[in-house]
Design a protein around this ligand. Structure first.
Ligand code: ATP
Ligand code: MG
Length: 390
């Protein structure tokens, strides 16, 4: 079985943009498997065929495809001439020695000109397999489902489906900049935007050398891990310690967190524009912490002229944590570090920082200069997956 048949999200890809979406998906699949022995990735009548070379391990291919957004499902498949005898013969060759309790054949025709209907293909192929192996048919709850897809000049068969990552192909929806802390939430927020087809630029604020390098290391690890979903990433490490010290000197404790966040957004917006990103993304959630009340979210978000997307806004911490665990970001996120915001954060931040008070406090600070310095001091890093891709 030397092929993988990939089915994409039908509904999401409808409309005029369809060919463009599919081309993007094919490009992303090629990149995801670029270091594996793959002969070809081609579009074939509403599906994509990945042709495996002799040394491509199915497990590796499966692992890679499971992280490509835009895929609904995929299966390892064999090819047969378009004829029920030939299809059944090929299937019988590839069926292992095991005996499932029950089975069924499930057929689809990509080309309706094929003289047999799907139920007829199912009956004909199923009958031959039943006869050869003496298996019981169960149409409702079969232990094994054999899928047959009839195309114009050939058929594919497969024994089971892998679930795809869903969403839209990365790059199809443009670029966003995610404020990536070392915490649990922002990596999940970044992943959710990738799944909606956005390429995510990561922006991390650190307080080195006032604090250790730990938060930068975490941001790098998270960026590396998330790159497995978008293949090419940029991370910007932005020095923020001096800025915080200036805020501490000039601003009363309750307003500091909101002012840090407003500064982060201003800096991130500049970086986003320089990198042609069209929106900012944060891991903020309504009511999660004192700085994330509706009032504060609005006071913070009002400094940005571009949209601030908060994909986790309505989620519970448990839901976010479960998703972080599934993604594998959780163990990195819980490594203790001196987050820039914990050191300089007052015990009791204002839960309703008023725009007027915040703006008066900021009037004491050289905001533009601080933003300029941070943008100039930002250190870019690049990540690729697979790391050895050509
Ligand atoms: P997270 O788990 O993402 O750190 P959190 O619950 O700790 O979130 P806050 O610390 O209040 O929440 O941060 C809110 C959002 O602000 C984060 O989700 C992130 O998008 C952004 N942010 C906070 N600190 C940083 C940082 N050091 N660098 C980049 N972005 C940050
Ligand atoms: Mg945090």
């Amino acid at each position: 079985m030397k092929s993988v048949v990939v089915h994409y999200q039908e509904i999401a890809l409808k409309g005029k943009n369809r060919p463009w979406f599919i081309a993007r998906l094919v490009r992303n699949i090629r990149q995801a498997v670029s270091d594996l022995d793959i002969r070809e990735v081609r579009v074939l009548m509403g599906r994509i065929e990945v042709v495996l070379g002799p040394s491509a391990a199915w497990e590796s291919v499966r692992d890679r495809l499971a992280r490509v957004f835009g895929i609904a499902n995929f299966s390892r498949a064999g090819r047969a001439p378009l004829d029920v005898d030939a299809i059944a013969a090929e299937i019988l060759k590839d069926l292992g020695p095991g005996d499932p309790e029950t089975f069924r054949v499930s057929a689809r025709r990509a080309d309706k000109r094929f003289p047999l209907t799907s139920p007829q293909i199912e009956r004909e192929v199923g009958g031959r397999i039943k006869e050869a192996r003496n298996w019981l048919v169960n149409l409702d709850r079969p232990a094994l489902t054999i899928h047959v897809e009839a195309l114009t000049s050939e058929a594919f068969y497969s024994f089971g489906k892998e679930r795809g990552a869903g969403g839209l192909p990365v790059g199809a929806s443009g670029r966003v900049a995610c404020l990536l802390s070392g915490g649990i939430d922002s990596p999940v927020a970044a992943w959710r935007m990738m799944r909606r087809g956005c390429r995510v630029l990561f922006v991390h604020f650190h307080s080195y050398p006032i604090l250790s390098r730990a938060s930068q290391e975490k941001a790098r690890e998270l960026a590396r891990l998330l790159t497995r979903y978008q293949f090419d990433s940029r991370l910007l490490l932005v020095p923020f310690g001096e800025i915080q010290q200036r805020v501490v000197l000039a601003v009363q404790p309750p307003l500091r967190v909101v002012i840090y966040r407003r500064l982060m957004l201003r800096i991130a917006e500049r970086i986003a524009r320089e990198n042609r990103a069209q929106a900012l993304v944060t891991g903020e959630v309504v009511g999660q912490v004192a700085s994330q009340t509706l009032e504060n979210l609005s006071t913070i978000g009002s400094v940005a002229a571009m949209p601030v997307l908060r994909p986790l806004v309505g989620m519970d911490k448990e839901e976010i944590t479960a998703e972080a665990q599934r993604l594998g970001t959780y163990p990195i996120s819980i490594i203790p570090d001196q987050d820039c915001c914990t050191l300089f954060t007052p015990r009791h931040p204002a839960t309703k920082a008023r725009r007027y008070d915040v703006e008066s406090a900021e009037a004491q600070l050289p905001i533009d200069e601080m933003v300029n310095e941070a943008v100039t001091g930002a250190a870019p890093e690049s990540y690729r997956f697979p790391e050895t891709q050509p």
